[in-house]
Design a protein around this ligand. Structure first.
Ligand code: A2P
Length: 415
């Protein structure tokens, strides 16, 4: 019997190279390793991606959420995607079958199945913001159309005696709109080009100042930037953008894109508690949130603030001076130093265990929001500490963890 030959149609998952800020979040999140990258682009393997959507909510820019209907045999290969500067147009003239593709599963997947059928929990933190957070703006400025900001301040934060060179950099947007919220980030376009002559992609930095400006009422924001002299393996390396930023002088102009991020946001209800855990420059969003709460406190915010902050030494801890001067009844701060001469190594998760009873009390409260930002390595340790503390205090971690995630109360940003 002769019948129509079925046409295999694919709704191909693609990443928009014009919006992507190469932050690696999607590749880290994908439960089945369908995402990869080269020095140019992040791309999705058509033959591996199962459309589980786990990568979509964590993407800070929305670049991940692009789909093209293609004949399966014509799917864009990863080598082709690596060369793109822009997404191909949606094919509207091909076979009618291309318009009849079943829609992708919708919504934010919290888990996905591997090819062996084992369920894995792929998303460890919330993919939703707190219920009371303000509504963020994202992608107002893109690689193609950045906004120019002026450097109005650039100060070293770490003690001159240490090699660690961390800067507090203030950028002013003049009359250009750049509305931000605490927990959001921006992209900075370093000048110059890569070895193969392409312009640099933007590098992402968390905002360290509150929504109403580094200087209240001014159209400016601050960043916490560490000069990069080594790669992750400890080999000598120059951070293209971080070093450019650390060297900027007052009056210099910087091309900025963003803002980015719509989940790592603070609650706005005044009785909400913040449990903040960070290392190094991961302190930027914590500084932003703390300062916003400090400004709001005068207007009656009553929730607790608890901070665990890790650094190698006191001299390498950004914002050490101002931080230790904040009143204890405003913020309960515990510092953890890993390389203080004559002292045992101490990480944030060790400090959390010492304060287990207070953390357990916060975990019991539905108004508690948890933020973790800093080194990738700390994420496991912090989650393990939360689990142990919960269980020691009669709280079942697995259901609590699910609740925290579902309610936009557990935010992880590590790199
Ligand atoms: P370490 O002395 O072991 O490097 P950095 O200065 O590199 O940004 O690191 C900030 C702090 O985070 C340092 O004290 C560092 O300690 C610490 N750290 C490193 N790995 C972990 C981890 N797995 N969990 C928590 N803290 C960590």
């Amino acid at each position: 019997m002769n019948g129509p030959v079925p046409i295999a149609v694919l709704r191909q998952h693609l990443i928009d190279p014009e919006i992507c800020i190469r932050c690696n979040t999607c590749e880290e999140t994908c439960p089945i390793d369908a995402i990869t990258h080269d020095s140019n682009n992040y791309v999705v393997k058509a033959d591996v991606c199962n459309g589980c959507m786990a990568c979509v909510p964590p993407c800070p820019t929305g670049a991940i959420d692009n789909w093209r209907n293609v004949l399966e045999a014509d799917a864009y290969s990863i080598d082709e995607q690596f060369t793109w500067d822009a997404l191909p147009a949606q094919n509207t003239t091909a076979s009618p079958a291309l318009d009849e593709v079943a829609p992708q599963p919708g919504g934010a997947a919290e888990s996905a199945e591997t090819s062996e059928g084992i369920e894995v929990d792929t998303v460890r933190g919330s993919t939703l913001p707190p219920w009371s957070s303000a509504r963020p703006y994202v992608n107002l400025y893109t690689h193609k159309d950045p906004v120019s900001a002026t450097v109005v301040g650039n100060y070293r934060l770490t003690d001159e005696s240490t090699e660690s060179d961390i800067h507090h950099i203030v950028l002013d947007f003049g009359t250009m709109p750049f509305p931000v919220l605490e927990g959001q980030s921006i992209g900075v376009l370093p000048p110059g080009s890569t070895k193969d002559g392409k312009t640099h992609h933007a590098r992402q930095y968390s905002i360290a100042s509150p929504r109403d400006g580094e200087r209240k009422g001014y159209n400016n924001l601050s960043l916490t930037v560490k000069r990069v002299t080594q790669d992750y393996q400890g080999n000598a390396a120059d951070g293209v953008c971080s070093n450019y930023l650390c060297d900027l002088k007052k009056g210099d102009k910087v091309d900025v894109i963003g803002p980015f991020g719509s989940t790592f946001l603070m609650p706005n209800h005044p009785n909400s508690h913040l449990l903040m855990i960070c290392t190094g420059t991961g302190s930027a969003p914590m500084r932003a949130m703390t300062e916003y709460r400090r400004r709001r406190r005068l207007k009656g915010a009553t929730g607790k603030l608890m901070l665990f902050f890790g650094a190698r030494t006191k001299e390498e801890l950004p914002y050490f001076g101002p931080l230790v001067n904040l009143p204890r009844d405003f913020i309960d701060t515990t510092l953890a130093f890993s390389r203080t001469a004559g002292q045992p190594k101490r990480y944030v998760q060790d400090a959390m265990r010492e304060r287990a009873a207070d953390i357990a009390q916060m975990l019991r409260d539905a108004n508690t929001y948890i933020y973790v930002c800093g080194l990738k390595g700390m994420e496991d340790g912090v989650l393990q500490a939360l689990r142990d503390i919960a269980e020691q205090h009669g709280l079942e971690w697995e259901p609590l963890w699910k609740t925290l995630k579902r309610e936009g109360r557990l935010h992880l940003e590590t790199y």
